[in-house]
Design a protein around this ligand. Structure first.
Ligand code: FMN
Length: 303
């Protein structure tokens, strides 16, 4: 019998597939369709200390092999999440990763502090959201800022801390090293790639925010390259994502160096993507005589 479980900085996941933040909400809709505890873990929608309304519409545009979004961290705030959403997720037996963001290092730390007292398994600090005016991408774009916000959260966070990196940088591995040195237990990458869409007929931007974050299969080669570069430059585990839509895609990210992978936009284009990709990854292992999913991690052959 093959072993699908992986250890992500001390958190045992029953399989390497994690629902990516912002593409699975708090799991409510999917909960009606399948057993959401089948995921290795669920990274919930980005949480801020105070509730946020997000950006004005239009916030989503379809592009070739991808989607462009500028949702902008719409969320009910950490307190409402802990009160109204977490008990249901916990009752389903889901392993929950709380994705945290904020305009300042202090507000990120406050959100993480509150979550550390709740039954979440892990905190994922998003220093890479390109759709908010303050914080967000700014933290993720420079190693010093990335280290500063990571250290602030680390000092109050008793859960394993994963930092989610932006691809909108020149050297992602140097940011990963900076957050590792500041106390991150893992890094996840990539968040969305900053992009833009224009409607030629009206000569207007497709999104009210003008720019947005590109996700889906369009970004997969960029994400694979960044996961490979980062995994080669850090000691902490890497969680890879960007355009995963099949079990083979997931295997590719693990071969590039990821301990676990996240599935994002695929949840939007196919509501049953989670169970399907898990089945496909299991089939991939069986067809290739691999008994332990963890064997894939970092197994890229360079002749
Ligand atoms: C509509 C939407 C909302 C997102 N919201 C968040 C978020 O709140 N926090 C976060 O860290 N990433 C967020 N992301 C980024 C995804 O978690 C993921 O990093 C990215 O979409 C790349 O993976 P994919 O190509 O599989 O979607 C969002 C992505 C989409 C499409």
């Amino acid at each position: 019998m093959r072993n699908m479980s992986v250890d992500l900085c001390g958190v045992k996941l029953k399989n390497p597939l994690i629902a990516a933040s912002g593409t699975f909400g708090f799991g409510r809709e999917y909960d009606e369709l399948y057993d959401i505890s089948a995921w290795g873990a669920i990274a919930v929608k980005g949480l801020t200390d105070e509730p946020r309304a997000g950006n004005p519409p239009r916030r989503i545009a379809e592009t070739s092999s991808g989607i462009l979004n500028s949702v902008g961290l719409q969320n009910p705030g950490v307190d409402a999440f802990i009160r109204d959403e977490l008990p249901r997720l916990a009752s389903r037996g889901a392993t929950v990763i709380a994705n945290v963001a904020g305009s300042t290092a202090e507000s990120c730390a406050e959100a993480a502090r509150k979550l550390s007292d709740s039954p979440v398994a892990m905190i994922e600090l998003n220093i890479s959201c390109p759709n908010v005016k303050q914080g967000g991408a700014q933290f993720g774009a420079c190693p010093e800022d990335a280290a500063r916000v990571t250290a602030a959260v680390r000092s109050v966070c008793s859960r394993p801390l994963m930092v989610k990196l932006s691809p909108n940088v020149t050297d992602i591995a140097s940011i990963a090293q900076a957050v590792q040195d500041a106390g991150a237990d893992a890094v996840s990458l990539i968040n969305t790639v900053t992009g833009m869409a224009i409607e030629a007929r009206t000569r207007r931007p497709a999104l009210a925010n003008i720019t947005g974050g590109l996700s889906g299969p369009a970004i997969k080669p960029i994400a694979l390259r960044m996961v490979w570069q980062t995994a080669g430059g850090v000691r902490v585990p890497v969680v890879g994502m960007g355009g995963i839509t099949t079990g083979t895609d997931a295997a590719e990210f693990m071969i590039a160096g990821a301990t676990a992978v996240m599935v994002g936009t695929a949840n939007i284009t196919d509501v049953m993507a989670g169970p399907r990709i898990l089945r496909e990854l299991e089939d991939f292992l069986d067809e290739n005589g691999i008994e332990d999913a963890g064997e894939l991690t970092g197994s890229l052959i360079l002749d």
